[in-house]
Design a protein around this ligand. Structure first.
Ligand code: GLU
Length: 611
């Protein structure tokens, strides 16, 4: 995963790079490091966060207008100073930062060791910089050419930046499978894993493509393919705004993003629903309408929270569009020879649009002739570029590692797809469509009401904060909500939590229930309400502590539960959009009360760009 920032131009590089690394810390925060070229090649690196690196380098000379920095999510070698990037070559002339995995590093390392190279770190990255050095010295090549030749020997995924003491007026960057954006300024260039470190300096960006190598100098940029063919990159204008990347008065990005959901759901629906006319319009997939109407099956591939959104999508698409849906973990799908044909539609869901397993699943399904749609949040990311069509979630940048507004936006898009196909197929009639869209249009207002529960949910969090385990139960589309609630709690508070379909409790998890086990029920008034009430009784009979998400005005559950959190009444189809919100607050407050780092939970990173 990891974040990369590079700068070449007239500004001091250190502040540009550290600020950029802070913005990219969501991608990894095991260690941070910076290399600067200023006559000499200077490297500063430290295990820990970017702020630890800043403290370490406080009184050191950090001058220089060319540099590159890295914030790491370790794949090869523990997080420590020695394994931190940048990594020098054996002769000390080169330095590299890398995002991704060099899969054949062991073979390359052995061959290089046989030639006399010695390695300081345990990383795969260090092998690559030694390989570049070896090729450069052997063939007397310029840096960019040595990088290009070295990359032809590499198997794996990478975004790299390389600097050379002997060719000090340039940065050489390349990518395959990991994202890389170049910012084009006046007499300066920026390079980063996403546009967030660049946006305050320039709006003009180039998304480097796979197998491209860029040489950045203050006054020019040259892009070549790995086959050494000159490329003409296209400059695009960023729509990202600086304030979207700031906390805006909230204590954490996660809290800000929870609060943004009324707006983000609205943005997601904007221009796509026409309640009066009972019409859904999805420009991104409209060319595939016939294909969708005739689809015999839809397969959804995703990971983590996006997989939970996929499960909600399964309920909605099957219920309204009457097309069978399978929801697969992308990481499993790609390795198990799945039965996929040109008749299938595969929907890939990923907030970042860079999730490595999801990308590999797409490639596999594409090879087998399926039509692929993407549901992604980051505009211009890799998945939208490799899919046939797609629908952006338009939730705005999500920086908190635990996904919140991206989940509800993904669910909104899946709802729109279900209704769009239902309309096209005629599986729901026009009157139903008008009424469903009218209710959907109301959701942002109802989300506001859920957000108003913040302080109340915090009080419940106080009571639960010392729990060691937690069970989340729901039925129907309340089940994926339960899974998502449990995942959120695990991710940020480190409390062990499980999500189950409520009726499955009797088949095992009920054994865990005692007075120390909080059980969180999704118990809203819908088709399975009565059944859930029975499940609540079963838990109470075993002295479990019950916290229930109920429909406003509910009396029955209130009598049984220890705490109830009310959400507004709505169409059952939209339950996940509302019921998720109190669960997000619950994990947020529990994590804060336990003193956890909510935005940067341990061992995690936001875009999982390694498999
Ligand atoms: N594989 C490299 C390492 O372990 C880079 C990981 C990353 O993308 O941060 O250091």
């Amino acid at each position: 995963m990891c974040g990369i920032v590079g700068y070449i131009g007239h500004r001091e590089a250190w502040p540009v790079i550290t600020k950029g690394l802070h913005r990219l810390e969501y991608r990894g925060y095991d260690s941070a490091g910076i290399a600067l070229l200023n006559g000499d090649l200077k490297t500063y690196k430290k295990a820990g966060k970017v702020s630890d690196l800043e403290d370490f380098a406080l009184n050191l000379d950090k001058s220089g207008t060319i540099g590159m920095g890295h914030t790491r999510w370790a794949t090869h070698g523990e997080p420590c100073d020695r394994n931190s990037h940048p990594h020098p070559s054996g002769n000390g002339k080169l330095s590299i930062i890398h995002n991704g995995i060099i899969e054949n590093y062991a073979v390359l390392k052995e061959a290089l060791q046989a030639k006399g190279h010695t390695f300081i770190s345990d990383t795969d990255t260090e092998v690559l910089v030694h390989l570049i050095e070896e090729i450069q010295e052997r063939d007397q090549l310029e840096l960019a050419e040595a990088v290009r030749v070295a990359l032809t020997k590499v198997i794996g995924a990478y975004a790299i930046v390389v600097m050379s003491k002997e060719e000090p007026e340039q940065l050489v960057a390349a990518r395959k499978g990991s994202p890389m954006v170049i910012g084009v300024g006046e007499g300066e260039y920026f390079i980063a894993s996403d546009a967030s470190p660049i946006v305050e300096y320039t709006k003009n960006v180039i998304y480097l493509k796979d197998n491209q190598i860029a040489t950045l100098r203050t006054d020019n940029l040259v892009v070549r393919s790995i086959d050494n063919i000159i490329q003409t990159p296209s400059v695009q204008e960023l729509s990202l705004k600086l304030e979207m990347l700031e906390k805006g008065g909230f204590d954490h990005f996660m809290l800000k993003e929870i609060y943004e959901q009324a707006r983000s759901i609205k943005d997601c629906m904007r221009g796509r629903i026409y309640p009066g006319e009972g019409k859904v319009q999805l420009g991104g997939i409209k060319d595939y309408t016939e294909k969708l109407k005739n689809a015999e099956r839809i397969v959804i591939v995703a990971c983590g929270t996006s997989w939970h959104a996929g499960l909600v999508g399964e309920y909605l698409i099957e219920e309204y569009a009457r097309i069978p849906v399978e929801v697969e973990y992308a990481s499993e799908f790609r390795y198990r020879n799945p039965i996929i044909s040109e008749k299938d539609i595969v929907i890939a869901i990923s907030q970042s649009g860079e999730t490595a397993d999801t990308m590999a699943a797409i490639e596999l399904a594409k090879e087998r002739g399926a039509t692929i749609f993407g549901i992604c949040n980051v505009v211009g990311s890799s998945i939208p570029r490799i899919t046939h069509a797609g629908v952006y979630t338009h939730a705005g940048p999500e920086i908190g590692v635990a996904s919140t507004k991206a989940f509800t936006a993904q669910v909104t898009v899946l709802t729109l797809i279900a209704l769009y196909v239902a309309q096209q197929k005629g599986t729901i009639n026009q009157a139903q469509m008008v009424s469903m869209l009218t209710e959907l249009d109301e959701i942002p207002t109802l989300v506001e009401k859920c957000l108003a529960q913040d302080a109340f949910v915090k009080e419940i969090a106080q009571k639960l904060k010392d729990s060691s385990n937690c069970l989340f139960l729901g039925r129907g589309s309340g089940f994926p909500v339960a899974l998502e609630g449990a995942l959120k709690l695990k991710e940020i508070s480190y409390i062990h939590a499980e999500g189950y379909p409520a009726a499955e409790m009797k088949h095992g998890p009920i054994a865990l229930i005692d007075e120390d086990m909080p059980v969180i029920f999704i118990a809203t008034k819908n088709s399975s309400y009565e059944k859930v009430i029975s499940n609540i009784q079963e838990v109470k009979a075993r002295k479990g502590k019950v916290i229930a998400i109920v429909t406003e005005g509910d009396k029955e559950v209130k009598k049984m539960a220890d705490y109830v959190i009310e959400i507004p009444d709505t169409n059952e189809a939209y339950l996940p959009l509302l019921a998720t919100i109190p669960l997000q607050f619950l994990s947020y407050h529990i994590a804060v009360l336990r003193g956890c780092n909510v935005d940067q939970p341990r061992n995690l990173a936001k875009s999982v760009t390694v498999e």
